[in-house]
Design a protein around this ligand. Structure first.
Ligand code: F6P
Length: 370
């Protein structure tokens, strides 16, 4: 087989996975590594995202390393959602505040020592922002968009999202039967940060009776009345698919923890419990809650995510070989494309209030609590 041209002249690339993990990362690593090796480009794997670049934990990736990983969850390289080289926590000051250091020069030295000319960074907005200083210093950067949240600006879809939706949908399907056995309201809290994509899709797919999104603050009385009316109509259950970022009208999101060493310190969580308790108190209908949490991020990617991740990995290498640097591979509609690598920085792609799926859900009497 003849090898298509690598007009970039790049001989050695580094690949890393940054931010929270998601299903499909290994599929991208596999696609990038195989494509690169096919074109005579050496690949070095950087461990634990930018942390491995700071600490010089960098190792060669060969075909053997990426064989048989397509279906594996997680990332063979490891990931970190704290290590931003520009603002890296190195300890604490006397007053207890976090001491930050700019590690960009340290990372540049490691890139030079290993002869890495280009970086394929697989991550979300934080990872793309963290890549910018390297792009500015002449490292050829290509981004691949990942996150179960599907909230990355510039792309219509990120890999990992479909798997998370499938996991959440199965969980919602499962609570139906137990809820019906006991005449209960079941609140299932799903991830997604400030975006309701997972809740919207899993809620529609499971036929949830109520879907609560961060984008649509809900009225507690409306949700309670909806549960009561269902009960009065003889319905034995009400299933509520609740985004972790959902909040009552006039209220705030519930923060589960704050990690001051993380560039994105807020972790949401707790609305499912709060809502379940409120419903039971106000309606006297027995209510339970389930927090799906990291179950949505673990395990094997679904078929769609394996395909998407492979397409993204290949497309990232195409961009590199064509000399299109500092770009983020994206999917717009059904077309692969690319945008400026920092196009997604400090932005979130939220669910638009006029999204057709919201209208479709409303048409089957789904309550959004508004
Ligand atoms: O961004 C992905 C995500 O899973 C969010 O849905 C969730 O809010 C957050 O990460 C959880 O972060 P951590 O893994 O740090 O708990």
């Amino acid at each position: 087989m003849t090898q298509p041209a690598n007009s970039s002249g790049v001989k050695r690339i580094g690949v890393l996975t940054g931010g929270g993990d998601c299903p499909g990362l290994n599929a991208v690593i596999r696609a990038v590594t195989k494509d690169a090796i096919f074109h005579g480009i050496e690949v070095l794997g950087i461990e634990d995202g930018f942390l491995g670049l700071i600490e010089d934990r960098i190792r060669p990736l060969h075909l053997d390393n990426v064989s048989n990983i397509l279906t594996d969850g997680g990332t063979i390289l490891g990931s970190s959602n704290k290590a931003n080289p520009q603002k890296f926590a190195v300890g604490k000051n006397d007053d207890g505040s976090v001491r930050w250091r700019d590690m960009t020069d340290v990372c540049m030295t490691h890139l030079e020592v290993h002869g890495i000319e280009a970086l394929v960074v697989i991550g979300g907005d934080g990872t793309m922002s963290a890549a910018k200083p390297f792009a500015d210093r002449g490292i050829k950067c290509i981004g691949v968009p990942k996150t179960i949240d599907n909230d990355l600006y510039g792309t219509d879809i990120t890999f990992g999202f479909s798997t998370a939706v499938s996991v959440a949908t199965e969980a919602l399907d499962r609570v139906h039967s137990t809820a019906a056995s006991h005449h209960r309201v079941m609140v299932v809290e799903v991830m997604g940060r400030n975006a309701g994509w997972i809740a919207l899709h899993a809620g529609v797919a499971s036929g949830s009776d109520v879907i609560l999104l961060p984008e649509i603050p809900f009225d507690l009385d409306t949700v309670c009345n909806f549960c009561v009316q269902r009960s009065q109509r003889g319905k034995r259950f009400t299933i509520i698919c609740c985004s972790e970022g959902a909040k009552p009208k006039g209220g705030e999101q519930i923060i589960e923890r704050v990690d001051p060493t993380s560039p994105d310190p807020i972790r949401l969580g707790g609305i499912g419990k709060w809502l379940s308790n409120q419903i039971e108190d106000k309606t006297e209908i027995e209510s339970r809650y389930v927090v799906l949490g990291h179950v949505q991020r673990g395990g094997t990617p679904c078929a769609g995510d394996r395909v998407l991740a492979t397409q993204f990995g290949h497309h990232a290498m195409e961009l590199l070989k064509q000399g299109k640097y500092n770009r983020l591979a994206v999917m717009q509609g059904t077309q692969l494309g690319d945008v400026e690598i920092t196009a997604a920085a400090d932005k979130q792609r939220l669910v638009p209030l006029d999204h057709p799926l919201i209208a479709a859900a409303r048409s089957v009497y789904t309550c959004f609590g508004d």
